[in-house]
Write a protein that binds this ligand. Structure first.
Ligand SMILES: Cc1ncc(COP(=O)(O)O)c(C=O)c1O
Length: 445
């Protein structure tokens, strides 16, 4: 298909300078009253969105290849999700699920227990954000094991509340000025094959560090949980070597430690399976869910083996948890993923998209590596002369891509992430990669 043909898929349409006049005004007004702590990738002021399309306040149409950071997995405002949420709004918004009972969240819990990795019976605790699911997982792990320590991974991201922040180790700026954090958290290397040369070397670096830790500093029988992202997200879209999660599971079992999978970013079809861990057939003791669960409505879940969810009434809860509007949306998300066969689509289009990126990498030596699973794909930039990560280039490409109408976001030191909706077609993926290639060429001029 020629460029022109591809573009006839009604791609992005930029009609003003960027940012446009209204966007500039909004960014200024925002700066006067909104906390400056959010990172804001570029001055995009969103007015509406549908499917892959995002329209800004000046009428420019972009394509969202980041899905609002891996959230709108079935596309912005999928009609079935919108309808389910609207219907729920018409009957009940706040049942006070913390104090009473309500059908929609219970139905969602039944469905999450069915799709969560592994066959053990499970129970669900609802939260409102990824970080809340992480906090709940940490609390349950401590409560159930009677131990207080956690092992997490270098490059990991688990959120910004105090407990979650203690696990996070992707960027120093997240932690500066906020200590002391929750004590008892230690980090070991996440096995990133490229960094260590080979899969075997990467695995050995991880498990050697773990063995060293428990030999010299951390009593193993004080470790409540190992918290791991099946595919590292914010840390750079890193896919670990085959056998890593299996070995972690074995290690946890040998020492009475709970394996806690943070699937906040890798869940809900993102990797072509319901959850990242399904790619390796590993059943964690606790699975943390967020982001894509309700396609943009605030909702998260901590799903634990029944045998682990041993805390009693009143030990943990939250005013808004189990909100039925978000739960109705989440139930519709599960329906849509099943009915539209989106796990298969993510696998197929993901392979196609990676192929197109690999072709670009042949042309541009600045792309050192393309890696991913399903539609969770990263392209890492280096300076071809030194082989060092080139964060300035990945930033420049991201900004230029936005000016061309393609929304992508950074991760890791110098990686750009591709996380389009699971509904994307191969033709749309090709158009996106053409735009990305144009942006890269322009950024290098
Ligand atoms: C793997 C992972 N865990 C936890 C979080 C925190 O989620 P939230 O921002 O909803 O608190 C994120 C957010 O990016 C994430 O990617």
């Amino acid at each position: 298909m020629s460029n022109q043909d591809n573009r006839s898929v009604a791609g992005p349409n930029i009609v003003t300078d960027l940012p446009g006049k209204k966007a500039k005004r909004l960014v200024k007004a925002d700066g006067e009253v909104v906390s400056p702590s959010s990172p804001r990738a570029y001055p995009l002021a969103v007015e509406s969105a549908q499917g892959l399309n995002v329209t800004d306040v000046d009428g420019n149409r972009f394509w969202d290849f980041a899905s609002g950071i891996a959230v709108t997995n079935v596309g912005h405002r999928h009609p079935k999700v919108v309808e389910a949420a609207k219907n729920q709004l018409d009957s009940l918004v706040h049942p006070a699920f913390c104090d009473y009972y309500s059908p929609e969240p219970t139905r969602l819990a039944e469905r999450l227990e069915a799709i969560a990795p592994g066959n053990s019976p499970k129970k669900v605790f609802f939260g409102n954000s990824g970080a809340e699911a992480v906090e709940a997982g940490m609390k349950l792990a401590r409560h159930h094991t009677g131990r207080h320590r956690f092992i997490a991974f270098e490059g990991g991201f688990h959120g910004r509340t105090m407990g979650a922040l203690s696990l996070t180790a992707s960027k120093t700026k997240y932690k500066r000025g906020f200590g002391p954090l929750v004590p008892g958290v230690d980090h070991i290397p996440y096995p990133k094959p490229g960094k260590y040369g080979s899969d075997e070397a990467a695995m050995e670096a991880t498990f050697d560090a773990f063995e060293d830790l428990i030999r010299t500093r951390v009593p193993v029988d004080e470790i409540a949980g190992i918290v791991v992202e099946p595919v590292q997200g914010e840390g750079g879209y890193v896919v670990p070597p085959e056998g890593f999660h299996e070995r972690l599971r074995e290690f946890a079992d040998d020492h009475g430690i709970l394996l806690i999978a943070d699937e906040v970013q890798s869940g809900f079809g993102r990797t072509g399976e319901w959850f990242g861990m399904d790619n390796w057939g590993v059943e964690p003791d606790i699975t943390l869910m967020g982001k894509g669960i309700a396609n943009g409505l605030p909702m998260s879940a901590m799903v634990a083996k029944e045998a682990v969810m041993t805390w009693g009434a009143g030990t943990h809860a939250s005013t808004y948890h189990g909100n039925p509007v978000a739960a109705a949306a989440a139930n519709a998300v599960i329906d849509v993923i099943e009915e539209e066969n989106l796990l298969d689509n993510a696998t197929e289009v993901g392979a196609h998209l990676m192929g197109e990126l690999d072709a670009l990498a042949e042309e541009f030596p600045q792309i050192a590596e393309v890696r991913g699973l399903g539609l969770m794909i990263g392209a890492e930039f280096v300076d071809p002369e030194t082989g060092e990560p080139d964060g300035d280039l990945s930033e420049a490409v991201m900004h230029t891509a936005w000016r061309h109408g393609l929304m992508i976001l950074p991760c890791g030191q110098s990686t750009v992430r591709f996380a389009p909706p699971l509904t994307i077609t191969k033709e749309q993926a090709s158009v996106g990669i053409e735009l990305f290639g144009e942006a890269l060429a322009e950024a290098l001029e």
